[in-house]
Write a protein that binds this ligand. Structure first.
Ligand SMILES: [Zn+2]
Length: 264
């Protein structure tokens, strides 16, 4: 029988949210330290302003921020709202994954994938890079997890199809414009996403991210907010597309195929 069914639903939700907040806290550490090539394991977090080591009880996700009213206990310097937002978003993502996938390998895999997408989005927005320290292990993880999710063959084809497509686009762009348009980080990311979800869904991710990127790009152009369109990092859209595909990719592809062959 299902042990989980004996646990009251509010307790399940609370447990999953706490798990998600913990992942969110670790995501913050990665977002802050990976671009600076610092260890994400040690040392303990310090206040960026006064350098005081942050006590464990002042480092509880979201709650500490609210209790300290967004200020460092020692020097009262404002702490960026990014920290609690990252924690809350990660926790809600993990909860959404739990509701959608239940206790399953797909949920366990999502506990790695979800926070990683948050980390990539935050780092790419701030630093305009997707670190190879995430995408290269991501490709290896994608192959292993993808072999479970879609089978090794589709996973391997997804890796080559995703990475190959972006490599080709990047090469064509470079030949035409004479400068790098698509970064190596984007190419490695889509290779990892392809390995994770297979070749059918990597096509979907490319379409979704290109669509979302175009909408935001055109909106920015209309508002004249982005002086140079190519400066918009593509990572957040790739992450968004991957998220949609992870949750609903099979369904979207099924509906698309049905609409073509007239199944509806
Ligand atoms: Zn401080």
């Amino acid at each position: 029988m299902n042990i989980l069914a004996t646990i009251p639903l509010p307790l399940q939700v609370a447990t999953v949210l706490l798990l998600g907040l913990t992942f969110g806290s670790f995501a913050n550490v990665c977002i802050h330290r990976l671009p600076r090539k610092e260890s994400v394991v040690s040392p303990r977090s310090r206040c960026p302003s006064c350098n005081t080591q942050i006590a464990a009880w002042d480092n509880i996700p979201v709650f500490s921020y609210l209790l300290l009213k967004g200020k460092c206990r020692q020097c009262a310097t404002s702490i960026s709202t990014t920290y609690p937002i990252i924690e809350a978003v990660t926790a809600l993502l993990i909860l959404a994954g739990f509701i959608k996938f239940g206790v399953s390998w797909k949920f366990v895999i999502f506990c790695v994938v979800g926070p990683t997408l948050v980390i990539i989005t935050a780092i790419d927005i701030e630093h305009k890079i997707i670190p190879g320290m995430i995408t290269l292990p991501g490709i290896a993880f994608g192959l292993v997890a993808g072999s479970y999710l879609v089978g090794f063959k589709d996973s391997a084809i997804g890796l080559v199809a995703g990475g190959g497509t972006f490599l080709l686009i990047s090469e064509i762009y470079y030949r035409i414009r004479g400068r790098v348009g698509m970064g190596g980080g984007d190419i490695k990311f889509i290779a990892a996403a392809g390995a994770l979800l297979g070749w059918q869904q990597v096509i979907l991710i490319i379409f979704l991210s290109a669509f979302m990127g175009s909408v935001v790009g055109l909106a920015g152009l209309a508002e004249k907010r982005f002086s140079v369109l190519s400066q918009i990092p593509f990572g957040p859209f790739l992450a968004g597309g991957t998220l949609v595909a992870y949750f609903s990719g099979e369904r979207i592809i099924h509906m698309y195929i049905m609409s073509i062959i007239g199944g509806y």
